[in-house]
Write a protein that binds this ligand. Structure first.
Ligand SMILES: [Zn+2]
Length: 291
C-alpha cells in the first residue's frame, strides 16, 4: 500500500520541473490574466530560474516566493518528498531521518523540517474554539519529573485547548498563573462556551469572564466528573505528543517546542488520511500579494 503511494508520488512529481509547474498552477495558473498588462496570457518557463514570463509584456513571476522553498537551493522534488514524508509518518520525522532519506546534510534536513512545520501550522490556521472546550497544561522535557508549578526546572509548559470533537490549539507558556492562562482562553475561545478543566486555581473565575466553567477533581482521583466534565481527550493528545517527541526527536529545546506542537496540532486537526493531508499541503501555497 505504502509502496504504491510512493510510486504515485514519483509518477506525479518525476522532476523539479514538474514540482515547479505544480506550484505555478496552484498559485497563478499556467494560462491566466497577467497581473501587469492584464491581458490573458500563457506563462512561459524562464530557463535557469524558478520563474515564468508573460507572453505579452515580459513580466516575470517567481511562484516559489512566500512558500517554504523560497530561499532554498535544495531541489523542489526533495522538498515535495519531505512534505510527503511528514504527511505519511504519524509520529513525525526527525532531522536525522530526513537526512538519511533525502541524502542532504543534517543542517539542511533540520532547516527543511522546521520550514515544513511552520508551513503546517499556517495551513492549520487558528480558528476560535467553540461549544465545549477542554483546557489543560503539561510539562515537557527537563531532567526530572516535576510537579505542577514546582520542581519543573528545565521543563517547558504547553497549554492546550481542545474543542469537543473539534480542533486543538496549543501555546507554550512561561507559567500556569491565571493572568497567563486566562487571556489565552479569552482570545481563543468564543465567549459563552463551556470550559472543562481540572481543579487548578488559575481556572477559577472563568465564570466571571463569560464562560461556563466546570471542573473535574483529579486530586480526588476523579477523571470524569458526574456531570461528564473531563480533560481526557487533551490528556490523550499530550501522551501522543510526548511519545512522538521521545521516540522521534529525543530532545526538543524550549525554543522549538512550539513548532513541534503545532505539527501535531495540524496532524490531529486534519484527521484525514495521509494522501489527503499531502494534497492539502501541496495546494495551500497562499497567493502572494501582487506588487
Ligand atoms: Zn503581461
Amino acid at each position: 500500500m505504502k509502496n504504491t503511494t510512493i510510486q504515485q508520488f514519483f509518477k506525479k512529481f518525476p522532476s523539479d520541473e514538474a514540482c515547479l509547474e505544480h506550484i505555478m498552477k496552484t498559485r497563478y495558473g499556467l494560462e491566466s490574466k497577467c497581473p501587469k498588462c492584464e491581458k490573458k496570457t500563457k506563462f512561459h518557463r524562464v530557463k535557469s530560474q524558478r520563474a515564468y514570463v508573460c507572453q505579452w509584456c515580459g513580466w516575470h513571476t517567481y511562484p516559489c516566493v512566500d512558500t517554504p522553498f523560497e530561499s532554498s537551493r535544495t531541489s523542489l522534488q526533495l522538498w515535495f518528498y519531505a512534505i510527503y514524508l511528514f504527511s505519511t509518518t504519524r509520529s513525525g520525522v526527525s532531522a536525522k531521518e530526513l537526512q538519511r532519506q533525502l541524502g542532504v546534510t543534517y543542517k539542511c534536513a533540520w532547516r527543511m523540517g522546521h520550514e515544513i512545520r511552520k508551513y503546517m501550522a499556517e495551513v492549520d490556521g487558528d480558528n476560535k474554539l467553540d461549544d465545549i472546550v477542554e483546557v489543560d497544561e503539561t510539562y515537557i522535557g527537563g531532567k526530572k519529573e516535576g510537579k505542577r508549578g514546582r520542581g519543573a526546572d528545565g521543563k517547558s509548559i504547553v497549554f492546550g485547548m481542545m474543542e469537543k470533537d473539534g480542533d486543538i490549539m496549543t501555546k507554550i507558556v512561561d507559567d500556569v498563573k491565571a493572568k497567563t492562562l486566562q487571556p489565552i482562553i479569552e482570545s481563543n475561545v468564543e465567549k459563552g462556551s463551556e470550559i472543562q478543566s481540572d481543579e487548578l486555581r488559575s481556572y477559577k473565575s472563568l465564570n466571571k469572564k463569560g464562560f461556563k466553567h466546570k471542573t473535574v477533581n483529579h486530586g480526588q482521583k476523579e477523571y470524569v466528573a458526574k456531570d461528564g466534565t473531563t480533560v481526557n481527550s487533551l490528556e490523550g493528545f499530550w501522551s501522543r505528543l510526548k511519545l512522538s517527541i521521545k521516540g522521534t526527536h529525543i530532545h526538543v529545546s524550549k525554543k522549538h517546542l512550539a513548532k513541534y506542537a503545532s505539527e501535531f496540532e495540524y496532524r490531529f486537526n486534519s484527521r484525514s488520511c495521509p494522501e489527503a493531508m499531502f494534497e492539502e499541503l501541496l495546494n495551500s501555497f497562499e497567493k502572494p500579494s501582487l506588487k
